[in-house]
Design a protein. Structure first.
Length: 393
C-alpha cells in the first residue's frame, strides 16, 4: 500500500482544504489588527465575529459565549485556575477524574500547591465516571467540578448531561474538557447545563494554536491572560485572525458533515476492532463499545511493548500512538489505562488508532494485516511469550 496511513487523529489532524482556503487571505493581504478602526482592521474583526458564530453553532451557544484562546490547554488552565481562585472564599474543594488530559490534571496539581484540595474520581472498567461516586464526593466546600467530555486515549464518552445536572442542582460550577468531543459528536449547551467547555481547533481539521473556551452567559469568569481589551476584556492578546478564521471554518464543516463522518468512522472503527480482536490472540480492547468516540480504537497486545510496535508500524507507513502523544516519552504507562484497571505489564503493549474523515476501508484492511504481522514478529522475540507458550504445551 503506497503512501502514509495516518491513524493518529486524536493527536492532531491536517487542516481541511476548505480551511486552508478560508485562512489564506488572512495570512497574506488581509493582515489588519482586528482591534483597529480602519477598513483593513474591520475586515479582520468581521472575520473573527463570523468565526465566533461558526464555533457557537456547533454546540448551540450564543456567539457572545465563545472566547478564543491559543487552544485546549489554555482553555483548561483558564477555566480551572481562574474559577478556583475566584470562588476561593466559598471553598477550596475541586472534583475531577483520574483520566483527564494533563492540561486539567496539572492545573489541578498547581491548584493543590496553592492550597486547594482535589478529589480525583475513579472510573469504571470502561472509563466512565460513576455518578453515585461523584455525588458522594461532593462536600459543602466543593466549588468546581471538571470532567472531560470524551477521553483522548480510549475514547470513552462521559455521562456529561447527568454530571452537569448534579453540579447545577448543588450550585457548583461545572467545566468540561470537550477537546475530543467538540465537532465529533453532538453537544448542546442548551440541553446540558454546563458552565464552561474547552475546545481545540487542531483536533478537528483546523490549525494548531487556537481553540476556545465557552463560558455560559452569567458565569462571572475573570480573564486569565491580562493585557489589552480583546475578547470583551476576557482574553488579552492581538487576535490570531487566520487561526480563528480557520477554526471557524473547521467548526462549520464539522457541524455540517457530522452525521456523515460519524456514520462512516463508526463503521470503519467497528470493522477494525472486530478484525483485530479476531485475527490477533491475547489482545484486549480498552474502553467500552458503547459510549465511545466514533473514531477511536485502543488495544493492548499482550507480550508486546507499545513503543516497539509503533516503530514497526511506522516502517509500514502507519502513524499510530501509544498512550497519548502529549505524554509520549514522559511516562511508560498510561494513567488512563491504569485507572481502568489494566495491569501494568499489559498496559505497556497499548496502541491507539484514531480514524479520520478521509480514512478508507483499504487503509483499515492494510492496517489489520500489518498489525498481525508486527505483533507476531515482536512476540517471537519476547521471552515472556515463549515462557507462556511453554505453559500451554
Ligand atoms: C489535545 C487535547 C488538549 C490540548 O489541546 P491543545 O490545543 O493541543 O492545547 C486538551 N484536552 C484534550 C482532551 C486533548 O485531547
Amino acid at each position: 500500500m503506497p503512501g502514509m496511513i495516518y491513524l493518529d487523529h486524536a493527536a492532531t489532524t491536517q487542516i481541511a482544504p476548505e480551511v486552508l482556503e478560508a485562512m489564506q487571505p488572512f495570512l497574506f493581504g488581509k493582515y489588519g489588527n482586528a482591534s483597529t478602526l480602519y477598513d483593513l482592521g474591520k475586515i479582520s474583526k468581521e472575520a473573527v465575529e463570523h468565526a465566533r458564530r461558526q464555533a457557537a453553532d456547533v454546540i448551540g451557544a450564543k456567539p457572545e459565549e465563545i472566547y478564543f484562546t491559543s487552544g485546549g490547554s489554555e482553555a483548561d488552565n483558564w477555566a480551572l485556575k481562574t474559577a478556583a481562585r475566584m470562588y476561593r472564599r466559598r471553598g477550596n474543594h475541586i472534583i475531577t477524574t483520574k483520566i483527564e488530559h494533563h492540561a486539567v490534571l496539572n492545573s489541578c496539581k498547581a491548584l493543590e500547591e496553592e492550597g486547594f484540595s482535589v478529589t480525583y474520581l475513579n472510573v469504571d472498567e470502561e472509563g466512565r465516571v460513576r455518578t453515585e461516586e461523584l455525588k458522594r464526593a461532593i462536600r459543602p466546600n466543593t466549588i468546581l467540578i471538571s470532567v472531560m467530555y470524551a477521553n483522548n486515549e480510549i475514547g470513552t464518552i462521559q455521562p456529561i448531561d447527568e454530571i452537569a445536572k448534579i453540579a447545577k442542582a448543588r450550585r457548583i460550577l461545572f467545566h468540561t474538557d470537550a477537546v475530543q468531543a467538540y465537532g465529533q459528536i453532538p453537544i448542546s449547551v442548551q440541553q446540558t447545563p454546563l458552565d464552561m467547555l474547552s475546545t481545540s481547533s487542531h483536533k478537528l481539521y483546523g490549525p494548531k494554536g487556537v481553540g476556545c473556551l465557552y463560558i455560559r452567559e452569567g458565569t462571572p469568569l475573570k480573564s486569565y491572560i491580562d493585557g489589552g481589551g480583546q475578547e470583551r476584556g476576557k482574553r488579552a492578546g492581538t487576535e490570531n485572525v487566520p487561526g480563528i478564521v480557520g477554526f471557524g471554518k473547521a467548526s462549520e464543516l464539522a457541524r455540517i458533515e457530522m452525521p456523515y463522518r460519524i456514520a462512516r468512522e463508526t463503521r470503519l472503527r467497528d470493522e477494525l476492532i472486530k478484525n483485530v480482536l479476531r485475527e490477533i490472540p491475547y489482545t484486549r480492547l480498552n474502553g467500552g463499545r458503547e459510549n465511545r468516540l466514533p473514531n477511536n480504537a485502543n488495544f493492548c497486545f499482550q507480550f508486546v511493548e507499545g513503543g516497539n510496535l509503533l516503530v514497526l508500524l511506522d516502517m509500514k507507513g502507519i502513524c499510530a500512538s501509544t498512550a497519548s502523544a502529549c505524554s509520549a516519552g514522559e511516562k511508560p504507562v498510561s494513567h488512563v489505562l491504569k485507572a481502568i484497571g489494566v495491569p501494568e505489564e499489559i498496559a505497556a503493549g497499548s496502541l491507539r488508532l484514531t480514524l479520520g474523515k478521509n480514512t478508507t476501508p483499504e487503509e483499515i484492511a492494510y492496517t489489520v494485516e500489518c498489525l498481525k504481522e508486527c505483533v507476531r514478529k515482536l512476540r517471537e522475540k519476547s521471552l515472556a511469550y515463549k515462557e507462556y507458550e511453554k505453559t500451554l504445551r
